[in-house]
Write a protein that binds this ligand. Structure first.
Ligand SMILES: Nc1nc2c(ncn2[C@@H]2O[C@H](COP(=O)(O)OP(=O)(O)OP(=O)(O)O)[C@@H](O)[C@H]2O)c(=O)[nH]1
Ligand SMILES: [Mg+2]
Length: 362
């Protein structure tokens, strides 16, 4: 099935990745207190319908709605190099992380004696930095390798492009050596294309899920504990897995009993888009109304490429109007009469909520 976005759940062993994945997607992944129990990564697709879709649909009455299709991947636990006993090098997890648009980092805040922890005790900050350190190590190996290749290729000749790449990677290397992931620095847009081509992971935007247990609800939800990332949410996978089985009334009672608990796993599709600074745009035609997602700052050519590679090649310009203006006008004809449909160039930066009609040449 073709999907619009790929998101991998990654983390140290036994942090609740598979349980969160199961609650989120409805696909049962193996949940077990055995460390690194997920051997084969599991994929599942979740539809996420932007709340604006139904409002747009009430005006344009499309034949069908096509919400965003997000592929989630449950990956095997990452064991830091110094703790790999059986040569678990996380190869498959790396591969999935590299092909992801967004990563969900999961760290464990639940303290349960019969679920072995990678260290002697639970420490959310330490575990998060352990995970980030591991991603930096993966990236550093690739960056070092590429720098050596470039040095050989340049060999005294003036090769501007290689020199630019060399400078970029030298900056990346400095950060990674200091244990800083690439997402913490500001980069020019085309740097990300280079990072992706080199299969790096630490530049990929993330959402951090801090997975707590019943005992921690009070401190995390009510006292608002400090968390190790600005893009963090608190999940409570064990409880949420029980709550999703209940009907609405039982669910309300359950939540009242856990004063202050909020259910975050079902909101993950929306939260992932926000954390990754994505914008949503819509297209419509004879097939129906379709929702798309791209990184903030993307231009019309790249937005058209999402629909079809040929569309980007042959794009002339784009007709655009905002969702809110369409709702106000209450019809496409009226919004045209009011002069609210703009014709924008290929370089136009797509705005959240844009409704777009791409115009092509032959
Ligand atoms: N108390 C409690 N236990 C949890 C929670 N989330 C997961 N667990 C338990 O922790 C154990 C590991 O959960 P998994 O979902 O298999 O963890 P994982 O991160 O996928 O582990 P690996 O695949 O081995 O890397 C299981 O026994 C779960 O029942 C939670 O929120 N609270
Ligand atoms: Mg697992």
């Amino acid at each position: 099935m073709q999907t619009d976005l790929t998101v991998s759940l990654i983390g140290l062993p036994n942090v609740g990745k598979s349980l969160i994945f199961s609650v989120l997607t409805g696909h049962q992944s193996e949940v077990s207190p055995l460390p690194v129990s997920t051997k084969k990564p599991l994929r599942a697709v979740v539809s996420y319908e932007d709340p604006r879709m139904s409002r747009i649909a009430s005006v344009i009455e499309p034949k069908e709605l096509f919400p965003l299709k997000i592929q989630f991947i449950d990956t095997g636990g990452i064991l830091p190099k110094d703790r790999q006993v059986f040569g678990e090098d996380s190869a498959e997890t790396k591969e999935h992380a590299r092909s992801s648009d967004v990563l969900i980092h999961i760290v464990r805040a639940f303290d349960q004696a019969d679920v072995p922890h990678i260290d002697s005790h639970v420490d959310v900050f330490r575990d998060f930095s352990m995970l980030i350190h591991e991603l930096c190590t993966w990236d550093l190996a690739l960056v070092d390798h590429r720098i050596v290749t470039i040095q050989k290729e340049i060999q005294g000749r003036q090769r501007y492009e290689l020199q630019a790449e060399f400078d970029l990677l030298t900056k990346a290397k400095r950060l990674l050596e200091a244990g800083q992931p690439l997402y913490e620095a500001n980069w020019e847009r085309n740097s990300y294309t280079k990072f992706r081509a080199l299969s790096l992971v630490s530049h990929i935007p993330h959402l951090l899920a801090v997975n707590c247990g019943e005992e921690e609800i009070e401190s995390y939800f009510l006292q608002g504990k400090e968390l190790p990332s600005d893009n963090a949410i608190i999940t409570c996978a064990q409880l949420e897995s029980e709550i999703v089985q209940l009907d609405e009334d039982e669910r309300r009672e359950f939540l009242e009993a856990y004063n202050g608990l909020t259910l975050k796993i079902s909101e993950i599709p929306k939260l992932v888009l926000t954390a990754a600074n994505r914008v949503t745009y819509f297209t419509f035609g004879h097939l129906g109304l379709k929702q798309w997602s791209i990184p903030n700052g993307t231009n019309a050519v790249e937005a058209a490429r999402r629909l079809h590679t040929d569309f980007a090649k042959n794009l002339i310009n784009v007709e655009v109007f905002a969702t809110e203006e369409l709702i106000l006008a209450d019809s496409v004809d009226k919004i045209k009469q009011q002069g609210k449909v703009r014709v924008e160039s290929k370089e136009y930066q797509v705005q959240d909520g844009d409704i777009m009609y791409f115009r092509f040449g032959k």
